[in-house]
Every structure is written in C-alpha cells, then in structure tokens.
Design a protein around this ligand. Structure first.
Ligand code: MLT
Ligand code: MN
Length: 308
C-alpha cells in the first residue's frame, strides 16, 4: 500500500497566518530546517490509481496540486480521489470537503456524530449528496471502503474510539463532552490493514490509555498525534490559555507523553503528524527533534512517501 503524507501540521498549518513566532519567521524566510507544512491529511492507495484520503484539510486544494497522484487523469472532469475517511469534525479535518464541490463523485465515511456536523451545516450541501454518499463508521466494525458506486477500494478500515473531544466550535454547552472517550465517536483512530500488515492513524488523541496501547502494539506504521512538545506549550509561549490535554491532544514529551507512553511497544515506524507550529520538534535542528529521533520517532513532512 502506498501512503503519502499530504499535510503534517496541526490546525493553522506552518507558518500560521497570524503567527510572528521565530519558528514561523524562519519558515517564511525559507530556512530549510523550518519547512512549511500544510494541515494534516494522509492519502492511501491499494492500486496506485484510486486514492483514499484520511481527512480533508483546509489545504486540500494545494495538496492535490502538490501531489501528482491526485491529479485528474480520467477525462475532462475526474479525480483519483475515491473516498474520504473523516476521523473527527474539526475544521482542519472537514473544511477541505468544500474544495471537492464541483460535481465529481467520491464517498465520505465518518462516525454519525461527525456526519451530523456535516448534515447540520448547510454549507456542506455544496458537496452534492446524490454524487457523494455519506456513509457511517461504527467503532470496532471493520468497513471495506468503496467508491460511490460501491466498487471496493481494496482497503479495510477498522475505526476505534480515541480519547478526544467535540470540535472546538461545539464546545459551548458541552462541558461534559470535553473528554468524550466514554461516549465516543467525536474522535476516531483508524486501523488499516493489508495482508497481516497494519497501519494506525491516531492524529487526535488526548492521552495514552491501555486501549490505545493495545491498538498500537504490533503496528507496522503509526501516525501519532504530535501536536505539542509539552502540555503547557501554548501557555508558556503566551499564545493560548489551554493545555494540550484540554485541547484533546497528548504531548510528545514528559512522563504522560506519547514517547514515554508508547516506548515499550513493538511498532515498525513511529511517525508524528498534526504537529503544531508552537512545537519546537517541527524544527529539524532543534534539541527536541534530536531527542525524538533518538527515541525512534520521525516527524512527518508534506510529500513524505511510505510503503506498508
Ligand atoms: C485541534 O486539533 O485541536 C483543532 O484542529 C483545533 C481547531 O479546530 O482549531
Ligand atoms: Mn486539529
């Protein structure tokens, strides 16, 4: 299976439009150790012809142009994008659907809580449901992904509940749902398998639990939530008032972090994705990057190609 990282950054991208941080300035100056990143998304293909997107980032239009495998080649109006699997309804996961509005069929997969957000927001009606079916994912129920005509795409996805929360814009009045692991569905992790090999995509994960460790153990390829280096990073940098945990994101470092929490598991390749522009590990020459590399991790970058 071919796997292509379309975007590796968290919401806002790198550089972020309203950030004048040193890291963002370096990215704008073209510093090769601070390469710009679009917002997180990954594309997969079983046959190299038809592609499945994990999430539709607000940068999708740019991502399509930057990746030849996603260019139309089947007629005047066509696309190799056959399906989009949504792991949550955050802006950085769904806004890109609006780029796919010009009447070319594909299928959308998501938990019903995520599909409800699309159903409740009339702007998403521009993605014509007659051509673009919305299909439900149920936690722990494997789905053979198919294009809108139900032709199989050769990939089975097993969605699972991830510790997370409702999207930021739905937090008002949802105090009890800030951590929705128990009720579930607002954030999913995905297991995608192929002939005994297994990829896990978990870009929104509030913390490591026994269940999360069980999913990840033995994976050949892991895309893990790499939003922050440390939990109080936004506060320490004076750009936010929330901890990572409160935002539904685990940190890379520290005793509660992803590096420590997954250290003893058997994983083929460990790749951080959804990396925030405040995270020093974005910078290729930072001590934090060196530390994660020493611990066996990589940081995804736009255009990164992997095989499973
Ligand atoms: C997140 O990952 O926490 C969200 O993308 C934040 C946002 O919607 O801005
Ligand atoms: Mn996000």
């Amino acid at each position: 299976m071919r796997v292509r990282v379309l975007g590796a950054a968290a919401g806002g991208g790198f550089p972020q439009w309203n950030s004048d941080s040193e890291a963002c300035r370096r990215a704008r100056r073209g510093d090769p150790t601070a390469r710009p990143l679009t917002q997180a998304s990954v594309a997969l293909s079983a046959d190299g012809e038809r592609w499945i997107l994990i999430n539709a980032s607000p940068d999708l239009r740019q991502q399509i142009e930057a990746n030849r495998c996603l260019h139309p080649r089947g007629g005047r109006r066509s696309s190799p994008i056959a399906a989009v699997v949504l792991t949550n309804a955050d802006v950085d996961a769904v806004a890109g659907l609006l780029h796919l509005r010009e009447g070319t069929p594909f299928s959308i997969y998501g938990h019903h809580r995520v599909l409800r957000v699309l159903d409740d927001n009339p702007v998403f009606a521009v993605v014509n449901r007659e051509l673009v079916p919305r299909r439900r994912l149920e936690p722990d129920e494997p789905v053979d992904l198919a294009d809108p005509r139900d032709l199989p795409l050769g990939r089975t996805v097993l969605p699972f509940l991830a510790p997370g929360k409702v999207p930021l814009y739905l937090e008002d009045g949802a105090a009890a749902e800030i951590d929705t692991e128990a009720m579930g569905g607002d954030t999913l992790g995905l297991e995608i398998g192929l002939a005994g090999r297994r990829m896990v995509y978990l870009a929104n994960c509030a913390r490591i639990t026994a269940a999360v460790r069980e999913r990840i153990d033995g994976a050949d390829l892991l895309f893990m939530d790499g939003t922050l280096w440390r939990d109080d990073e936004m506060i320490a940098q004076g750009v936010g008032s929330k901890t990572g945990r409160r935002m539904g994101h685990i940190s890379m470092s520290g005793p509660q972090g992803a590096i420590a929490g997954l250290r003893d598991l058997r994983v083929g390749r460990r790749v951080f994705i959804h990396v925030n522009n405040t995270n020093p590990a974005l910078l290729a020459d930072s001590p934090e990057r060196a530390e994660l590399v020493r611990a066996g991790w990589e940081v995804a970058h736009d255009g990164m190609e992997l095989e499973l």
